[in-house]
Design a protein around this ligand. Sequence first.
Ligand SMILES: [Zn+2]
Length: 187
Amino acid sequence: MLGHLATRHGFYDTTPMKKTLIIVDVQYDFLEGGALPVAGADAAYVSAVERIRPFFHQEILTADNHPQEHVSFGTFPPHCIAGTHGAELAIEPGQTILLKGESPDADEFSAFGGGKNCSKIIGDEVYVIGLAGDYCVKQTLSDLLEFLPGKKLFAVTDLIKSVDGSEYGEIDYFSEKVHFITSADLF
Ligand SMILES: [Zn+2]
């Protein structure tokens, strides 16, 4: 009866929910000193990200991987150009890395647009962290809400940094459908 507890009323399943961690774009160009630095994304931030990784059953990393010319370079400075140091992950690579933004003419803030890659997510609970909160993290959460409505979604606010420097979760873009927590809630 591993994973089950006897109660007066019978048995109920205590098998813990499977947890997936999605780490969005923790790449050198988005860190302090990079081509498109995000406020608060420094060495301490990277260490804090590494610290929570062992608490999950699965992790999926996403990474911007742009060609030399990309449509987003009108809005943003050129960043994460394939093959450059700036495009490299600033954390240890994981078993699943999803590259995005590879097509010159298409913006691709999320690796899950149109439901793409959603079948790779095994967790019942999905936790999202990364960069940048107001662009790629926001779009990732929006896509997961739309295409995986059965999952419980969490944004770990202290591990999400935004270009505009705002605290994540101050504005709820998700009509209360995403749970805002901090990394302290995970330990
Ligand atoms: Zn980009």
